[in-house]
Design a protein around this ligand. Structure first.
Ligand SMILES: *[C@@H]1O[C@H](CO)[C@@H](O)[C@H](O)[C@H]1NC(C)=O
Ligand SMILES: *[C@@H]1O[C@H](CO)[C@@H](O)[C@H](O)[C@H]1NC(C)=O
Ligand SMILES: *[C@@H]1O[C@H](CO)[C@@H](O)[C@H](O)[C@H]1NC(C)=O
Ligand SMILES: *[C@@H]1O[C@H](CO)[C@@H](O)[C@H](O)[C@H]1NC(C)=O
Ligand SMILES: *[C@@H]1O[C@H](CO)[C@@H](O)[C@H](O)[C@H]1NC(C)=O
Ligand SMILES: *[C@@H]1O[C@H](CO)[C@@H](O)[C@H](O)[C@H]1NC(C)=O
Ligand SMILES: *[C@@H]1O[C@H](CO)[C@@H](O)[C@H](O)[C@H]1NC(C)=O
Ligand SMILES: [Cu+2]
Length: 591
């Protein structure tokens, strides 16, 4: 088997000034006119079929699809099929000079970046070559329209892939932009099972060169499996990361190296920032350079110029940097916000932006004063949608989120309660099995919330129970949908619509629940399936901070069709789990 990694060729198309003047529409012309209801094709202003995507007209795509298209309403129908092969192994690596066991993807962490074009179908074969763990791979932020059986959540949409076994995931790229994949098997992704995803498509601003993805992740010298168990049985702050990795590398007292991104003076370059942390949010700046932010998660936004961007776990921002400064070396800095997390190498988490012709030395540039705090950037989607305010009051449902310290045989047990219950999935009996069996009698610990109204909007307020000793923000991530963020705030939501945003609110797949406060989300029930919603801090999801939406249960099996290797996967898993060679227990939520 082999990996086919298609280079993002479209991003390097050359252009001449004569081509430039002939190209329509430009970005400004592609601007959608006002707001339209969510379920309709968005804009009457579609791309000219003649217009070709390129450095001077990134707003174009092809065949009538452009940046003005609402990708929730339609996407190019007949793309190509892109195949990838990922093998998960347990090996020793030293990404910052310190040698430790990691769980790698094709021998590296982050694993290979998966490329596709908008409208393509990805077929990804995952082989679990770990000796003593299952795995399941989730394609973060991908909508998985009518294909929840490929969402990669063990205990929900599949049984884990048993050691030595393979599973084939298949889904259509209905969105475009930047994302990542990661394991959903307990804390496994924190030990290295992550990688980036790039889906080429149009963009709201022009640029010359696509520099690819840049992953930012906190890095621990103990395995995250071990730390997670310790965190679950220790009352107090979570473990402190020893370092952070930018694109898989960093310097430390043990050695290592800074990642170098090579740019050309006079060019505008696109960098796709992805926060793959398990606990650390970052503020990213580049010395001497402002940049233009063009997307938040998969959603194109009205671009804005800034000198710093705050990225929470699971979130992505694509930025365009104008390389207009003197030829030289400049630091890209990723600072951890002391208010929400800690990192032992705070202040030194950096990579290098090196202009062609600059010496191969470390930069001497100086940074700006970093912004601090734990918040989401305030962004406006480029394709504007209206959320129906008249449906809000009758549809809103409340979910309480509470911190608790319980007891277990291993000492105290840190629990994150969702309406009173910390989730525990059963890897051998995933929720999709219940759906297959027409059995809707769920145990409380599964944290199942049903959404049964067809194609109407569903609204949720996640409310932190007041008076807890632990008050920190949580990055909330939803599978199967981009949610609309209607509002958030400190304290208790008062039930009113005053201050909520129904007209083109922020739309994304990961948003911040403020410390001790509430977050109000809405989305249309247009994707039958079982979808997890959880805090993306690995220690919190391990401690139960997760729920599952069971969306339009009666339609799921007919809509998703072929279950692929669902049943044979569960058979192999149960054989391993109940057999003599299994050495470990599940001792957290399983997610
Ligand atoms: C990884 O390797 C270590 C050391 O050989 C072993 O103890 C551990 O069980 C392995 N983990 C998995 C998941 O295979
Ligand atoms: C997964 O492997 C790690 C060691 O590599 C171990 O600590 C953990 O308990 C294992 N979990 C399961 C459920 O196999
Ligand atoms: C990060 O590393 C990947 C893989 O080597 C590479 O393709 C990409 O260009 C790097 N990103 C940046 C911004 O340098
Ligand atoms: C990644 O997200 C975590 C958790 O929200 C946050 O603490 C960290 O600062 C983020 N990193 C970046 C580079 O934004
Ligand atoms: C970045 O933007 C700020 C605020 O607009 C401005 O003062 C500064 O000169 C800009 N820096 C560069 C290098 O363009
Ligand atoms: C969560 O629990 C509260 C209090 O018991 C209840 O009022 C509410 O309906 C529950 N939420 C959902 C979505 O079931
Ligand atoms: C539903 O599934 C649960 C868990 O497997 C089982 O205990 C229960 O008997 C099932 N109920 C029905 C009606 O099949
Ligand atoms: Cu959390």
């Amino acid at each position: 088997m082999r990996t086919s990694l298609l280079a993002p060729l479209g991003c390097f198309l050359a252009f001449t000034s004569s081509v430039y003047s002939a190209i329509i529409p430009n970005v400004a012309e592609a601007e959608p006119m006002g707001l339209v209801p969510r379920q309709q094709a968005t804009s009457t202003r579609v791309a000219d079929a003649q217009c070709t995507h390129g450095p001077r007209n990134r707003a174009c795509w092809r065949n009538g699809y452009s940046i003005a298209t609402d990708f929730d309403a339609k996407s190019p129908p007949a793309g190509k099929t892109v195949e990838h092969f990922l093998e998960i192994t347990n090996i020793t690596l030293a990404p910052d000079g310190f040698r430790r066991l990691v769980m790698a993807v094709n021998g590296q962490t982050p694993g290979p970046t998966l490329y596709a074009d908008w409208g393509d179908t990805m077929i990804i074969t995952v082989k679990n070559s770990l000796q003593d763990n299952g795995t399941s791979i989730h394609w973060h932020g991908l909508r998985m329209l009518n294909s929840c059986q490929h969402d990669g959540v063990n205990g929900v949409t599949e049984c884990p892939i048993a050691p030595g076994e393979t599973k084939v995931y298949r889904f259509k790229c209905t969105q475009f932009g930047t994302s990542w994949y990661h394991s959903h098997f307990s804390a496994q992704y924190g030990d290295g099972v992550v990688g980036a995803i790039v889906i080429n498509g149009p963009a709201t601003s022009n640029y010359d060169d696509d520099m690819g993805t840049m992953t930012l992740t906190d890095w621990y010298y103990d395995t995250v499996f071990a730390l997670n168990i310790r965190a679950m049985h220790t009352v107090g702050p979570p473990p402190i990361a020893q370092n952070a990795l930018i694109n898989g590398t960093m310097k430390s007292a043990h050695g290592g190296a800074y990642h170098v991104t090579k740019v050309k003076k006079g060019r505008k370059v696109r960098i796709r920032l992805i926060n793959t942390s398990i606990d650390n949010p970052f503020h990213v700046t580049i010395d001497n350079h402002n940049f233009t932010v063009i997307t938040s998660d998969f959603v194109p936004i009205k671009s804005f110029v800034t000198n710093s961007v705050s990225i929470n776990i699971g979130q992505r921002y694509d930025i365009i940097v104008n390389c207009d400064q003197a030829v030289g070396n400049y630091w890209l800095r990723a600072d951890v916000s002391a208010q929400c997390s800690r990192n032992a190498n705070q202040g030194n988490i950096r990579s290098i932006i090196r202009y062609d012709g600059a010496p191969e030395t470390d930069p001497t540039s100086t940074g700006i004063v970093q912004s601090t705090g734990c918040y989401d950037e305030s962004v406006t989607p480029y394709v504007g949608n209206q959320v129906p305010q008249d449906q809000f009051a009758s549809a809103i449902r409340k979910i309480d989120m509470d911190f608790n310290v319980g007891a277990s045989v291993n000492g105290p047990l840190v629990q994150w309660l969702i309406n009173g219950s910390d989730i525990r999935v059963d890897w051998s009996n995933p929720t999709l099995q219940y759906v297959k069996d027409n059995n809707y009698t769920f145990e409380k610990k599964m944290n199942v919330f049903e959404i049964n109204q067809v194609n109407t909007w569903t609204f949720w307020v996640i409310q932190t129970v007041q008076g807890d000793p632990v008050n920190i923000p949580h990055p909330i991530h939803l599978h199967g949908h981009d949610f609309y963020v209607l509002g958030s705030g400190p304290g208790v939501y008062d039930g009113s619509t005053t201050g909520l945003k129904f007209s083109n609110p922020m739309r994304r797949d990961t948003a911040m629940l403020p410390a001790g406060g509430y977050l109000i989300l809405g989305f249309p029930a247009d994707n039958p399936g079982v979808w997890l919603m959880h805090c993306h801090i690995a220690f919190h999801v391990g401690g139960g901070f997760s729920l599952q939406f069971l969306e339009r249960k009666d339609e799921i099996i007919n809509t998703i069709g072929d279950l692929g290797g669902f049943s044979s996967g569960c058979d192999s898993w149960k054989k391993y789990w109940n057999g003599p060679n299994r050495v470990y227990q599940m001792d957290d939520s399983g997610l």
